[in-house]
Design a protein around this ligand. Sequence first.
Ligand code: NOJ
Length: 573
Amino acid sequence: MQPSWQKEAIIYQIYPRSFQDSNGDGVGDLRGILQRLDYLQALGVTVLWLSPIFASPNADNGYDVSDYRAIQPEFGTMRDFDELLAEAHARGLKIILDLVVNHSSDEHEWFRESRKSKDNPFRDFYVWKPAKSASLIPSEGIKPATNVLARDEVDDEYFPNNWQSLFGGSAWKWDEATGEFYLHLFVEKQPDLNWENPRLRREVYDLMRFWLDKGVDGFRLDVVPFFSKALTFPDYPPERFADLSAYANGPRIHEFLREMHDEVWSNYDALNVGEGVGVRAEDANLYVGESRRELQMLYHFDHAVPRDEARFLDPAPEFSLVQMKQITRRWDEALGDDGWQSVYFGNHDNPRMLSRFGDPVRFPYESATMLATVLLTLRGTPSLYQGDEIGMTNCPFEAVNEFDDVQVRNAYDALVRRGGGDEAQFLVAANRIARDHARTPFQWDDSPNAGFSTGRPWLKVNPNFGQGVNAAAEETAPKSILNFYRNLIELRKRTPALAYGHYRDVRPDDNAVWLYEREWKGETWVIACNFTGETQEVELEGEVRFGNYTTGATSATLRPYESRVAFQKKANS
Ligand code: NOJ
C-alpha cells in the first residue's frame, strides 16, 4: 500500500447549480464558488469535486455535455474558471472535474455529425444499430423517411435488443435521418459514445490533457464501468434491468482504462475516482488494484438508494446498520492492501444522508455528527457532499411538479400518467428516494432563499433554512455540526491511522452500535457510534479523544446517536 496525497485527500463535492449564485439568475455559478472558497478552506477539505461545469443543454443537469472544452454559460466563463482554479490553489485546495464520457449530449458536435449519414466520419463515435425487423431498414432507393415510424410505433419487436434506459423506457432511439437506432443508457439526449472507436478514445484523452494541462487536479469518472459494451448486445432477462451491473464491466473496459492510464494519468500527479456503478466488491481490484495501472479508487453503489423506475411507487426499505456493516466489510476485505476506494454516504444521486440514516427531527446534531464520525474514520478517501456538513435534510416536496430531475419526471409519466399509478403514492416515494433532495440550494443563512440567490432559485429551497439549518447559524451555535466537521477533519488529517489503518468490525451483528477498530503501525483507534435514539451499552477501551457529547464520555453507555473516537496503544503491537 503506497501512501499518497490522493489516499489522504478529503473530497468535498460541489453541485455548482445549487451551491452559490453570484449574479441573481437563480442558478449557482463559478463566481459563487469563488466567493465561498474561504468557507471551504476553513472546513478543511482538500479536494473540491465539481459536478459537470461544461456546456450542456441540461437534459440531466450537466451530465449531458455538448462541449467538453467550454464552460456552461450559466456557470460563467473560462476566465472565471481560471480564476477559481488559481484562487483554490492559492488556498491549498485542489479541484477535480466530472468527466462524463460514457455519453455526450445529442447536441455535441460529434453527435450532430454522426447522425447525418452512415458514412459520416463521426458515425462511429456513437453506437448505431439497425432495426431488428429487416423491413424497417432503409434500402437502396427508398428514402429513409418512408421507413420512419413515429416513436410510439417503434415497439419492442423493432428495437435492436431489449435494453432499458436507466431513466426509463427503451435504451434505443430511432433516428429518422439514417433509419437506425442509437443507444442511450440514460435519457435520449444522452447518446452513448462508442469506446470501441480508437479515434473517440484519442479525443477523450486529448480533452483530459487539455484540463490537466490547465492545472486541474484530476477527474471523477462518470459511470466508468459502462464504457465498454457487451458487443453481442444480448437481450437480458427483464429482472436484470434493476441491477446496475447489467451494463457494467464490458469485455474491453480494463484495456481502455489501462490505455487511459498510459496516455493520460501516467503523466500527471492527479487524482482519479471512478463512479463504480455495477462493480461488485470481488471485481473491484480489477479496476483499482495498484499493480493494474487503471484507476486509483472508485466508489461503490452497494448502499446507494435503489432507484429503478418501479421504486417510485414501491421504494426499497433503508439499509439496516447490520447491512451497512456487511457492505463495509465486503469492500474492505475485497480491496485488501492492494486496492482503494472512496467512501461516501451522500452525493448528488442520493437523498440526504441525515434523512436516510439519522434522526433530523429529534437528534439532528447528534445523528449528523455521528454519521460524520463514521464517514471520516473509515478506510478510504472520504467524499463529503455539500450541505451535509450543516445538517441539510431531504426537502418536503409538496407536488410532483416541484421536482426537477428527469428521472422523477420520466418515472411519473410511465407510472402515473400512462400507467395509472397512484399519484399520492408516487409523491410519498419520490419524497424518499428522489435525487432532488441532494440538489436543493445550499443553505447559507436565514435571508431570503437561504442566501443562495437574490433571484428565483432553479429548485425549491428547503424551508428548514429558517429553522437554523444554515451555515451562518452553524457558525455560532454552541453545538454545531459544522464545527464538529472542522475538528474531525483536522483529526483525520493529522492521523494516518484513520486514513490507512486496517479495519476490524468488532460487533458485526449489532444493529444498534457500529464499533470498529483502525489499526496502523502499533496504534489502534476504536470508533463507537450509536445508530439509535436510545442509549446503548458498550465496552469501550482506550482514551476518548473525540466525540459528539462533550461530557461524561467515560461510562460504558452510549447516549442517543453518540459517537466516540478513542485511542489505544496496544502493548503487543
Ligand atoms: C451518473 C451521475 O452521477 C448521474 O447524476 C447521471 O445522471 C448519470 N451518471 C448519467 O450521466
